[in-house]
Write a protein that binds this ligand. Sequence first.
Ligand SMILES: Nc1nc2c(ncn2[C@@H]2O[C@H](COP(=O)(O)OP(=O)(O)OP(=O)(O)O)[C@@H](O)[C@H]2O)c(=O)[nH]1
Ligand SMILES: [Mg+2]
Length: 344
Amino acid sequence: MLSNIFLLKGKNFHDLNSLDIYSYPDDILKNGDNDFIRKVIFGHDHGAIVENYRNDTMNEHHSSNQKKNLELNQFDLDCPVPQVIDGQNIYTSCINSKMIIGLILEKDDNPYDYKEIFQDLSNEMLNNERCCQFEDEMEIENFLITLFIDIRRYGDEFVERPAEISFKPTGIFIKVFLFGIDDVGKTSFAHRIKTGEFIDNSFTPTRKFNIEYIQKQKGYLAIWDMPGQRAFREKWFKGIQDANIIIYMIDVANQLRFEESKREFWNFINKHDSSGIPLIILGNKTDLVKKPEEQDSTLIRTKQEIMDFFELDKINDREYFFFFTSVKTNYNMNEVMNTLFNTI
Ligand SMILES: Nc1nc2c(ncn2[C@@H]2O[C@H](COP(=O)(O)OP(=O)(O)OP(=O)(O)O)[C@@H](O)[C@H]2O)c(=O)[nH]1
Ligand SMILES: [Mg+2]
């Protein structure tokens, strides 16, 4: 589990007095131990940062990659380096050769378990959301806190999670590939099928593959619930391998994002050959559009409109179905499950 996060920032990594040191939640310099920082910097890449700094100042020279990144105002993150310093399990990465960001993990942790999430999240926060330019202390502290919470949550959910298959699956085995843009309700859907429950206003965007194993009467499901945020959509291409059925989810209450959803859907279908694999399209969150008792009669009209908008009639290489659902009120959830089992 992640126990601390820190950031070292300065013009000269040689001169510890000119270095700004931030950490969360504990102060890593609580014992005034500069030696620890020195070892972190040297251990990180055995002096290469210092060399870079010298080149920069002496020749006013930047590598073409750095130059490009400076022009784009982009941050460049090195591959993280694991090291053990004074018995502590440290994982550090360098940003633009100017800052070092580090994780302090518990002794038994394997840093490589954190590699992808460390890189993905840092990258997303630095280059997609543009949440931090490292200009003032508050901004840096917020950055560290957010990164700490997200990585910690990931550790709790995935790294520490025990293997779930404690019983023998019975019936047919079905791999369900569930995808769609962010915030449409995919994780809520998988959770509802697994537990029967709905958690309102949960805000935990999926970062990695969330795989739920569920034994139903008719068979055993592995639902591969994909992350929907833009930074993670490349993962869809890995997640679909060996899928028996595909579910694409749309948020019908957020029609401002229909265009984006349509583009992502067709981009994926055209790029990856999944022909023949049945497809279920879910227009979710109907409860936000109409009251539950009005759902059936009023949504029939919009169903065709939505299918037209998404040009679903162009799907000619497989069986496909469209359902309105509300994971929140459980609307049509049984019908979706029946269709899923009957189609296989
Ligand atoms: N009103 C309503 N809210 C829903 C419904 N389904 C999900 N939500 C809410 O929508 C938000 C996003 O749900 P998630 O299940 O996390 O969405 P996701 O598609 O997994 O998002 P990513 O993991 O980022 O791709 C949460 O606050 C849910 O509580 C629904 O049917 N009705
Ligand atoms: Mg999710």
